[in-house]
Design a protein around this ligand. Structure first.
Ligand SMILES: Cc1ncc(COP(=O)(O)O)c(C=O)c1O
Length: 354
C-alpha cells in the first residue's frame, strides 16, 4: 500500500543542535528549573529589549500570572478579542474576572479599535492584546485609551512595531513556546516587562516551595531541559523569521489576483507571518476537506471565535473572518517541493471557485 504523504498545517523546526543542547542538560543531571532557565530569561529579555523576563510552563500560565500580578480581581473587566484561541477566555475566568469580548478588524485580524473604545468602562482593569498571526496590533492606539495593556505575543516573537519589538510596549507581555509556535520548547511560555515589581510578583507566584509565609501560589515553572531547547532555538530565530517572510512573499506573488491575500507590507510594523491566511468565497469546511483529500492540511485560523462559545452576537468582523478565512501551511521546515504542492492544490481549488 502506498502511504499518502500529508503536509501538516504546522511543524516545529528542530535540528541536531536542539537535540545536543537538551542532551547536555540531561547528562548534567540538573533537569528542573535552574541556571539554564535563568539564562534563557535573560536572553529573551535582551532580544525583546526589556528589563527582565520570567519563564513559565505555557503561554496560558504566563497570561494567568500576569493578570494575578496586576491585581485583577473577581468582577473586574478584562477586554479580549473575540477572534482568538480560548486560552484568553480561560485566564480571565481563572481569576474570576468578566471577559469583555471585542470584535476584530477583518483585514488585519487584530482587535477592532472602534469596538474596543466603545467597550472600555471604569471597571476595565486590563486589555489583553494579541498580535494575531504575527502582525503587530496598533499598540499606540490601544495604549492611548489609558488602560493597562498585556501584550500577547504568542504568535509574534520577532515582530516589530514602530522600530521596537512587539513585547516591549505592554505593562507585561506574554509569549508561548508551544511545539508549533515560531520558537519552540515543546510547551513553554514567558512574561517580559520593564517593571521590576511586576516581574518580582510573577516570580513569586510561579512556584510554591520555600516561602516564608503562605499564600496561594502555582507550579508554573519551565524546566532546564525546555530552556536549553529555547536557547538553541533563539540562536536560529532570525533565520526562522527570514524563511517565513520568504515563503509569504512566494505565496503572495503566485496567488496575487486569485484570492484575497493578507497585506504584506505595513509602513510602521513588521509582520512575521506566523500564519498565512487567505480568504475564500465558498464553505470553509468544504475547502478544508478539499485540501486534506489532496494531502495538504489547512485549518481555520481560530477553531471557534469566543463569542460563538459564549452564544453572544454583535461581532461582524470576527464572523466574517471565521466564515471565509483559511490558514495555509507556512513554517521554516517546509521544503520547496512541499511549497510547490501547496500552491498547486490551492490553485486547483481557486480555479474551481472561480
Ligand atoms: C494568541 C495566543 N495566546 C495564548 C496562547 C496560549 O499559549 P499556550 O498554548 O502556550 O498555553 C495561544 C496558543 O495557541 C495563542 O495563540
Amino acid at each position: 500500500m502506498v502511504q499518502k504523504i500529508v503536509i501538516p498545517h504546522s511543524r516545529p523546526t528542530l535540528d541536531g543542535g536542539d537535540a545536543f543542547s537538551v542532551s547536555e542538560v540531561i547528562h548534567s543531571g540538573q533537569i528542573v528549573q535552574g541556571e539554564v532557565v535563568e539564562e534563557f530569561e535573560k536572553k529573551v529579555a535582551k532580544y525583546i529589549g526589556v528589563h527582565g523576563a520570567v519563564a513559565t510552563s505555557t503561554g496560558t500560565s504566563a497570561l494567568h500570572l500576569s493578570l494575578l500580578a496586576m491585581g485583577v480581581k473577581m468582577g473586574d473587566h478584562i477586554a479580549i478579542p473575540s477572534f482568538v484561541c480560548s486560552a484568553l477566555l480561560n485566564v480571565v475566568k481563572y481569576v474570576g474576572a468578566h471577559p469583555v469580548l471585542v470584535d476584530v478588524d477583518p483585514v488585519t485580524y487584530n482587535i477592532d479599535i472602534h469596538d474596543l473604545k466603545k467597550k472600555i468602562k471604569k471597571a476595565t482593569r486590563a486589555i489583553i492584546l494579541p498580535h494575531q498571526v504575527g502582525l503587530p496590533a496598533d499598540i499606540d492606539e490601544v495604549k492611548s485609551l489609558g488602560v493597562p495593556v498585556i501584550e500577547d505575543c504568542a504568535q509574534a516573537i520577532g515582530a516589530v512595531y514602530k522600530g521596537k519589538k512587539a513585547g516591549s510596549f505592554g505593562s507585561l507581555s506574554c509569549f508561548s513556546f508551544y511545539a508549533t509556535k515560531v520558537l519552540s520548547t515543546g510547551e513553554g511560555g514567558m512574561v517580559v516587562s520593564d517593571s521590576k515589581s511586576l516581574l518580582k510578583k510573577i516570580r513569586d507566584l510561579r512556584e510554591y516551595d520555600n516561602k516564608r509565609s503562605y499564600s496561594v501560589r502555582y507550579n508554573y515553572k519551565m524546566t532546564d531541559i525546555q530552556a536549553a531547547m529555547g536557547i538553541s532555538q533563539l540562536k536560529k530565530l532570525n533565520s526562522f523569521l527570514l524563511k517565513r517572510v520568504k515563503i509569504a512573499k512566494r505565496y503572495f506573488s503566485e496567488l496575487q489576483g486569485l484570492c484575497i491575500l493578507p497585506a504584506i507590507s505595513y509602513k510602521d510594523r513588521k509582520h512575521i507571518f506566523f500564519r498565512f491566511l487567505i480568504q475564500i468565497h465558498g464553505s470553509v469546511s468544504k475547502a478544508l476537506e478539499f485540501f486534506s483529500d489532496r494531502g495538504v492540511t489547512c485549518m481555520r485560523p481560530v477553531y471557534k471565535p469566543l463569542h460563538k462559545y459564549l452564544h453572544i452576537h454583535g461581532f461582524p468582523g470576527s464572523d466574517a473572518v471565521w466564515s471565509k478565512t483559511i490558514s495555509i501551511p507556512i513554517y521554516p521546515s517546509l521544503t520547496d517541493k512541499e511549497i510547490c504542492k501547496i500552491l498547486d492544490v490551492l490553485k486547483q481549488y481557486l480555479k474551481r471557485e472561480a
